[in-house]
Design a protein. Structure first.
Length: 651
């Protein structure tokens, strides 16, 4: 059966893929492919020739920017070569999308979900085109400024190009220069949008498969609506569900085949590009042309980071969506079905535990953790100012013990009332004279109570997390006791079967409660993970830097308790995540520790599903990137110590 693949993706993506010769059955596709290969190769030759010829003639920061620009074209050419080589796979993907669109008319929910994801993809494409167009304009802005200067001084011997090249002819002639600039601008615009829209294609495919997973999950949840539903309907629905699940797996494998090596190229190149661009931006600070360099490179730097995040988020989102299939199967009323249907659901859950992923060249899975690795790898430090002797200021954020400093200073102020500057609990540049009598005392009182309320609010938010985790752990203990006592004797009566259903429902409620905790505290944990690492580093540096000074004891007292509190806050979050994971694991241990071996095969099957679901441990994540655990707490301390050693070496 021939399927029409038109209108399976956004029109803008289709137009660009036709221009690049990737779209199936495109007229003169071979000539289009040859055109892009020849044009990109020629451009690369002249770019890298310029780099070789001027390697020792220009500054390293400028060389990093030129090399990063040349690498972008190399990456784009590599991406096109992979797409051309995988055109057959891409054709299969488009065919499957077209089939899914035809089948989506079966139910209202299917049509609504498919259309909603298509509209979301359209919005993303529009944002991508605008973003890359902005980047190209900002990147080319230096030419507009320089060209205006050339009009004032027409005898200039060398003119800047958008892309620095060592061309085999004189570029400085009047019409030749304008022609080269126009060609470079249009070529850069097409290549940049080509890169952006191939990324948008990945988002479109991920959104489409996530919509199909949502349709599958709804079908799984509704597969056992009533006890008295006829088995023939059950059997037909189960067959449809299994076939749809198989199609989703095949679709994900095609995405993996298409984007795996593209992800590997991007993972290597984007790390280098982010480093080059970040270095260029940092080293331009303090120079006469700092604003020009920052404007030119910042949007490009931002886009490269967004591209890295996009790939990693796509892999993470696909894995999370595939995991939800097994969760939906477990949340259905499978325990009210017969053993035959229960075994089918068991196989579905088992297969769902092998998460769908996009790999980096079949070596590692794309995930937000990989994105954090890319971001951390590219950091290039360029300290242009020495750290001054007032190191203790680095730790003066919500310091509890700084009150003693205020009291000592206030006592001195009582003896010498003509003091011009007085310390505040929180240093501020207030729009009025805070040294006047009564005004100073009022500011101190307001700051004290404000700090007291804020610090207690932070502490009680942490205490709320402990309360929630302790509550869910208590519910898990109740569930474990029920599981251990579910098989008191050989053979189960009807009341025992009713207890099994209660246990499964309670387990489902515990999972839902845990997901609510994760939803509430995930991004709070991410903010804490970043901020506490820096605060612990700053406080540790303040304590170490104060050793050997006359006021060492005062500084240590001011910072030590706050240092302890920040470490304790990080430990509380990490311990809460570790404790929740350990408790959820104990449910499966309780299931295996029961007398399941003395029960019937149907009852064993129910316990097996309970054990399998418990293997997906409950967790609190750090912004959906990694799980909170004691191992993460140790990584916070290690990172803080590393940063502190860098600061102390520069001190």
């Amino acid at each position: 059966m021939k399927v029409d693949v038109e209108n399976t993706v956004t029109k803008a993506i289709e137009i660009y893929l036709r221009i690049l010769g990737i779209w199936p059955n495109t007229s003169y596709s071979l000539f289009r492919i040859l055109f892009w290969i020849i044009s990109l190769v020629i451009e690369q030759i002249y770019q890298y020739r310029y780099i070789v010829m001027h390697f020792y003639m220009i500054e390293f920061s400028d060389m990093a920017q030129i090399l990063g620009s040349a690498m972008s074209y190399s990456i784009f050419l590599t991406r096109l070569l992979i797409f051309w080589y995988k055109r057959r796979t891409f054709n299969k993907i488009l065919t499957m999308i077209a089939v899914d669109w035809e089948k989506s008319s079966d139910t209202k929910f299917s049509m609504l979900t498919t259309k909603c994801n298509a509209k979301l993809s359209q919005r993303f494409v529009n944002i991508t085109v605008i973003l890359y167009l902005t980047a190209v304009i900002f990147f080319s802005s230096k030419i507009l400024v320089k060209h205006a200067d050339d009009d004032i001084a027409p005898n200039v011997s060398t003119r800047l190009l958008i892309q620095e090249m060592d061309l085999p002819f004189d570029v400085n002639r009047t019409f030749v220069y304008e022609l080269v600039i126009i060609v470079q601008f249009l070529h850069l615009l097409v290549c940049a949008n080509g890169t952006g829209l191939t990324n948008a294609l990945l988002v479109h495919l991920i959104l489409h498969i996530s919509g199909q997973i949502d349709i599958l999950r709804k079908s799984v949840m509704e597969i056992f609506p009533k006890k008295n539903e006829c088995s023939s309907n059950h059997l037909m629905e189960i067959k449809k569900i299994i076939k749809k699940h198989q199609n989703i797996i095949i679709f994900a494998e095609h995405i993996e085949e298409l984007y795996s090596y593209i992800a590997m190229v991007f993972f290597i190149s984007d790390t280098v590009l982010i480093c080059f661009l970040g270095f260029t931006i940092v080293t331009s600070i303090g120079r006469p042309n700092a604003a020009e360099n920052i404007i030119k490179n910042f949007v490009f730097y931002f886009i490269v980071n967004v591209e890295a995040f996009l790939f990693c988020f796509a892999g993470e989102y696909l894995s999370a969506k595939s995991k939800s299939i097994g969760d939906a199967a477990y949340d259905s009323l499978w325990y009210e079905s017969d053993s035959k249907h229960g075994r089918t659901i068991l196989l579905l859950i088992m297969k769902s535990q092998n998460y769908l992923t996009i790999t980096i060249g079949n070596m590692a899975n794309l995930s937000l953790e990989q994105f954090s690795g890319v971001s951390l790898f590219h950091i290039c430090f360029n300290f242009q100012q020495d750290i001054n002797d007032d190191g203790e200021r680095l730790g003066r954020v919500f310091q509890y013990e700084i009150y003693s400093k205020i009291l000592v200073k206030h006592a001195d102020g009582g003896i010498g009332s003509n003091v011009s500057t007085r310390l505040l609990i929180l240093d501020m540049d207030l729009p009025f004279d805070a040294n006047r009598k009564f005004v100073y005392e009022s500011v101190i009182i307001v700051q004290f109570f404000y700090l007291l309320v804020c610090s207690n609010a932070m502490g009680l938010l942490n205490a709320l997390l402990i309360n929630l985790v302790l509550h869910i752990s208590g519910q898990i203990d109740i569930l474990r006791k029920s599981v251990m006592e579910i098989f008191p004797k050989k053979g189960m009566d009807s009341s025992s079967r009713f207890m099994v259903q209660k246990i499964i429902k309670k387990h489902q409620k515990i999972i839902t409660f845990s997901e609510h905790i994760e939803d509430l505290y995930s991004y709070i944990a991410m903010a804490l993970f970043v901020s506490d690492t820096l605060v612990i580093c700053c406080l540790g540096f303040s304590i170490v830097a104060s050793l050997g000074r006359p006021d060492a004891l005062k500084n240590i007292i001011n910072n030590l308790v706050f240092y302890f509190v920040m470490n304790m806050e990080a430990f509380i979050y990490c311990f809460a995540g570790e404790y929740l994971s350990a408790k959820s694991k104990s449910i499966g241990d309780a299931g295996y520790g029961s007398l399941w071996y003395e029960s019937s095969s149907i009852d064993c099957q129910i316990i097996l599903l309970l054990i399998m679901r418990s293997q997906n441990q409950l967790a609190i994540t750090i912004g959906k990137i990694m799980n909170l655990s004691l191992e993460q707490f140790s990584s916070i301390l290690k990172a803080s110590a590393s940063y502190m050693s860098v600061l102390f070496a520069m001190y």
